[in-house]
Design a protein around this ligand. Sequence first.
Ligand code: ADP
Ligand code: MG
Length: 378
Amino acid sequence: MIELKNVTKKFDNFYVLKNVNATINDGDVISIIGPSGAGKSTFIRLINMLEVPSEGQIFVDGEEITASGYRVENIRQKIGMVFQDFNLFKHLTLLENVMKPQIDIKKKLLVDAYTESIRLLDVVSLSEKAKRYPHEISGGQKQRAAIARALAMDPSIILFDEPTSALDPTMISEVEEVIAELKSMGKTMIIVTHEMGFAKRVSNRVFFMDDKTIYEEGTPEEIFDNPKKDKTKRFIKNLRLLIIVIDRKDCDYWGYEADIDKYAMKNHISVKGRTRLKLAFEELVRGIIMDKLGNEPRVNIVLEYSNQTEKLKMTIKYNGDYFNPKDSDNDLSYHVLKSAMDGIEYSEIHDDPVYKNQVELVLDDQLLQNLYKKIKKQ
Ligand code: ADP
Ligand code: MG
């Protein structure tokens, strides 16, 4: 059990957390969500004493780890940590990475550390890569190796700081599977993650952090489907959206397309649907709109997938004069756009200081519906 009592953390005179109280029970799997800078990383770093509280106390299994004279090595044996950027030792193979903490901290015999490391790499399905170096494997595999290394201390508690946010969607699920597996092993886990589907599946409690504290907490259903407080509501709504703002001519189109692709993939849009979506973005934004906006473009793009209608809506607002893309000189781009999307609707905006135009695109990705119908028929 972990208990935080009136924990405050400040850096110089800047408060990151103020009077945080929390109890985490054995076997709890807690997802932490919240805006960037809310103190999520600081919160979990305090729990294994990577940061020291400015005020307040933290107890782990009844023992005060914040007491003066407490030996930090004790907590490192009990609590494992997995970081966003893996933090593997680059000059060591995966096997050696997993062996290292057992030899350094647990003072195990080489042969025992070896045997245990082979077993742990098997748990994360990496036994075949044991002799590889981190640069020779994918991001998802690196993260699984980092999890094996955390497991090497046989911790009862594992902290994860955005373990999948540096990964592509295909690799996200392989890491999530491993974490779900740890749950079945009875590990207590605290996971900073914005992956809603995963958080719902794996955790029994969700902490939403804001205002320098745990602003709202509840079951995944309570927080994701029925948040009560304003800031939580707003955050959850935005979590379901992808928002892109373009405010310069030489912007990173590739990066935006990658973001769009990721978002669509996360919402189970088919490969064909994703291609159509990127094509629409390319032709409309890059091919038509940006040309019209001169040197101070402002384009706001919001993607929203609705589970109810199974349609993806892309709303594009832009500045400049009133201009319907249909009247563009770029016939080819508009033609491609039309064939890529299932709906295009232009409207003028009259009450916004920046945006004068809005285009709503709809993608009706049939793949899921067809699959559903097919399965239902059987
Ligand atoms: P989150 O993980 O929710 O994005 P963090 O816990 O990383 O938030 O950071 C919370 C705030 O504390 C941020 O404003 C950050 O800049 C600040 N902060 C974090 N670590 C330090 C540090 N070592 N020194 C000074 N400020 C820090
Ligand atoms: Mg963080």
